[in-house]
Write a protein that binds this ligand. Structure first.
Ligand SMILES: [Zn+2]
Length: 841
């Protein structure tokens, strides 16, 4: 590790974020070792707009689409498809840079397919904005029988690695799979152009070396993983999501498409082409390394492959490409880590790939895009394209040269999984620079148990299956570790090829605060603790019970009430909320008896039955004679971040998006029930008219729901509740324990929450809904500030979520946690929704 590359400026910026007055996470600069935070200041400062594209992202919570795309086919190669051509778009931001606009990609791929029998192009999914996602496969032509044999071998490697290891024909004839993912960040363009250049060379070269390479290899390229962003010049897709933070959650169609590609193609090596870090950056990464990897099998290839890519960019001969930054070699721990499975290459490692992020060097986006002369932008873009192409060519060369050991090591990864073997201890010096700071490992439990019957359990099981995690279902009741489980309980036997992925999704995670001074992005997540399903780990024992494999979770919905009886629905899951909103949208008169209990009239039974089927929700018989108060669909004005807007739509809430600017332009609050404030709305920045409108809204008893620093600042300035927000360190994030006390959020929420830049509330005159636990941080990274303040010890026992009545008589709820963060903590959705219904009166 080169300790000279310290991060004093960056660390100092993070510490400053402890102040509410400055909620921004450290602003990254152009120096190589800083970076764009996915959860950048924009998340709290720029309110999402309700674009048509975001509307189209509305999906049913219960229905994670099964793999839409599969490599399997009766056909050989090529598999040529005439791709639909998109209309010319002169606004495409690629054009100014001299790069290929999205609308020219399909024609180019169509022409390459016509010109070469080595090129196949197909559509593997649609972006959030509805655009086609292309996969190109380049390989020597195959007859159908040969392709079927490749399919069998690929399956054998995963299903029966011991047999694959013995199979000499496989060893000699299995085509080396390499996957290149380009342009996942839409305004990091040139991966696409570099990849197209490589495709074109492979398609047309006549030399024996290329022909031999294509006989031995399959090159898969997702040409642009983010067409919405490529066209608009944005990092995010048109739903406002950073796709390269979404791989564990799979909330976006772009991340689900590449999930299916990596599972289907099972690459030995993959590159995710990004920009722009000043110097070309090539992973492997710094510690902390994901503790669920078979890291020895990864680093033994990742480091030499990176060195090969570095040599390749040096050979380009530009002063700007004289050296690469290889974080594993050059950076300090925590500077550029591979801890969370939210990034494409880190996610791909769990599927058997040697995954690398590559950052091409020269910035052409954001302010530079606007301010630099076109000639300079195009000069940079040409060099960047050369760098992208050079890294891809070098990785192809590495994969081909090392195909025997790459195959053996992918087999070994899956073999260890099936065998349930401990990952080996990696000795110091295993590769140059490997030291104690690089040593991460875990003890895998023997099994996970997921009791069935709730939409949350079904959602989690479907998600696991979509991620190629094997799940079985008990055929009888059984007992394990002294606990009784019902027939139908889901079991994840951790003796399986992708146990690392199963564990990284289901485990609680780890508090890594003491290990590194800071982290690149999130340090905690947990489908086990945050998705609302019960998940038990059995450390040593696999239950002794007959099981059946599961390809899709069993239906969970039901209407358990006699005909003619009113129905009751408890708001315990986002799908319950969705069902309520669907019923309200249809004009059905619902009543509630408390914040979480909804009564559906008997005459809406057929609608309830249909929703039970599609959403998996359970209606029971309402107590006889129960009254409750009638409520309507809330009219919501929301100054929220894009991920929150997405989650609100997932739950079926109609939302009018607002911001400081929208209110200043005269937005009419007179019909609004609740104002949500978490992003891009500052009371003090409102003009006199808008401020008067907000004051009038509050005075007539309008409801308020806030989240985070922007929300807390609004609460203070607009005098909503007499609660004072105290900020934890700005970069703190992870899974925390909470105790549930209050009647709205507190009644029925899980005992864990997610935080990012956590807050807590002090004062009197409100109700504490949730408190942080006594030792709150379960997993993640949360250090106190240098002065010993703002840490988890200070948050312990403090109010994390509060509710109360405003001076105008409205209801308000303030969140110091992150119940909708990146659409991940799905078990927290219902608590947020209960708050929202309650504030709407
Ligand atoms: Zn990027």
């Amino acid at each position: 590790m080169d300790l000279s590359r310290t991060l004093t400026g960056f660390g100092a910026a993070l510490l400053a974020t402890a102040l509410l007055a400055n909620p921004a996470t450290g602003a990254p600069g152009d120096t190589p070792s800083t970076r764009d935070f996915g959860n950048g200041p924009e998340r709290n400062e720029i309110a999402a707009v309700d674009a048509a594209a975001a509307l189209s992202a509305r999906t049913l919570l219960a229905e994670e689409p099964a793999s839409a795309w599969s490599l399997k086919s009766r056909n050989g190669y090529p598999r040529q498809n005439t791709l639909p051509v998109w209309p010319d778009n002169p606004e495409d931001r690629s054009i100014k840079l001299g790069l290929i606009p999205y609308h020219d990609i399909a024609p180019k791929l169509n022409a390459l397919q016509r010109a070469s029998d080595r090129v196949s192009a197909e559509i593997v999914g649609k972006s959030a904005g509805g655009r086609d996602l292309y996969l190109v496969t380049v390989t020597a032509p195959e007859r159908a029988g040969e392709t079927a044999r490749q399919d069998r071998w690929r399956e054998l490697i995963e299903e029966n690695p011991a047999a694959a290891k013995r199979d000499r024909a496989l060893r000699a004839g299995y085509k080396t799979p390499v996957w290149i993912n380009a342009n996942i960040h839409g305004n990091e363009w040139e991966g696409t152009d570099g990849a197209l250049r490589v495709i074109e060379r492979l398609a047309t070269a006549t030399d024996a070396a290329t022909k031999g390479f294509l006989e031995r290899s399959r090159v898969y390229v997702t040409v642009t993983n983010n067409p919405d962003g490529r066209i608009a010049g944005t990092r995010a897709n048109s739903a406002g999501f950073d796709i390269n933070r979404d791989h564990a959650t799979g909330s976006q169609p772009e991340s689900r498409a590449v999930r299916d590609v990596v599972i289907g193609t099972q690459p030995f090596v993959m590159l995710d082409e990004h920009g722009y870090t000043g110097t070309t950056l090539i992973e492997p990464a710094t510690p902390p390394h994901g503790q669920n990897y078979e890291y020895d099998l990864y680093i033994k290839h990742a480091l030499p492959n990176a060195l090969g890519m570095e040599s390749a960019i040096q050979r380009l001969g530009y002063p700007e490409t004289a050296a690469a930054d290889i974080p594993f070699r050059d950076y300090v721990p925590g500077d550029w880590d591979d801890w969370p499975p939210i990034f494409t290459p880190m996610y791909a490692i769990y599927h058997g790939a040697i995954g690398h992020t590559v950052e091409i060097p020269l910035r052409v986006n954001n302010a530079d895009y606007t301010n630099l002369p076109v000639e300079e932008l195009r000069r940079r873009a040409r060099i960047n394209t050369d760098v992208a192409a050079a890294t891809i060519e070098a990785a192809l060369s590495y994969a081909d040269t090392n195909r025997v050991t790459l195959l053996a090591d992918q087999i070994e990864q899956f073999r260890r999984g099936w065998a349930g073997e401990a990952s080996p201890r990696i000795p110091d010096g295993f590769v140059p620079g490997f030291g104690p700071e690089d040593r991460y490992s875990t003890t895998f439990p023997r099994a996970y148990l997921i009791p069935a019957g709730t939409p949350a359990a079904a959602r989690l099981v479907d998600h696991l299956i979509a991620n190629d995690v094997r799940v079985v279902r008990a055929r009888h009741d059984f007992t394990v570790n002294g606990n009784r489980y019902r027939d139908g309980t889901y079991i994840v036997d951790m003796h399986q090829p992708k146990r690392g992925l199963a564990n990284v999704l289901l485990e609680a995670g780890r508090d890594i605060s003491d290990l590194v001074p800071q982290m690149y992005d999130i340090s905690g997540w947990s489908h086990g603790l945050l998705w609302g399903a019960g998940v038990d780990a059995s450390l040593r024992t696999l239950p002794r019970v007959h099981t059946s494999p599961v390809t899709r979770a069993a239906p969970t919905g039901s209407v358990d009430a006699p005909r003619g009886r009113d129905l009751s629905l408890s708001l315990r899951d986002g799908n319950d909320v969705r069902a309520v909103n669907e019923l309200l949208t249809r004009g059905i008169k619902l009543r509630r008896t408390d914040a979480g209990a909804v009564v559906v009239p008997a005459d809406a039974r057929s609608e309830a039955t249909a929703l039970a089927k599609t959403l998996g929700v359970r209606f029971s018989a309402a107590p006889r004679g129960v009254k409750g108060e009638v409520f309507d669909q809330p009219v919501i004005a929301a100054a929220v971040s894009a991920d929150e807007l997405f989650a609100l739509k997932e739950m079926g809430f109609p939302v009018q998006t607002v911001s400081t600017a929208v209110l200043n332009a005269g937005f009419d609050l007179s019909t609004v029930d609740t104002l949500i404030v978490s992003s891009g709305l500052s009371y003090t920045a409102l003009n006199a008219t808008a401020r008067a409108a907000v004051d009038a809204f509050l005075a007539r008893g309008g409801g308020v729901l806030t989240r985070g620093a922007t929300g807390a600042a609004f609460n203070a300035a607009a005098k909503v509740l007499p609660a004072t927000a105290v900020a934890g360190r700005g970069d703190a994030n992870g899974v925390v324990t909470v105790t549930n006390e209050g009647p709205i959020v507190g009644a029925g929420s899980p005992p864990h929450a997610f935080v990012y830049s956590p807050l807590w509330f002090t004062g009197t005159g409100f109700t504490v809904e949730q408190r942080y636990g006594a030792d709150p941080l379960v997993a993640g990274h949360w250090l106190p500030a240098g002065t010993g303040t703002n840490g988890p010890a200070q948050a312990a026992g403090q109010a994390a979520v509060v509710s109360g009545v405003t001076p105008g008589g409205g209801n308000a709820v303030l969140f110091g946690t992150e119940p909708l963060f990146r659409a991940h903590p799905k078990g927290l959705y219902a608590g947020y929704a209960r708050a929202l219904f309650w504030t709407a009166g």
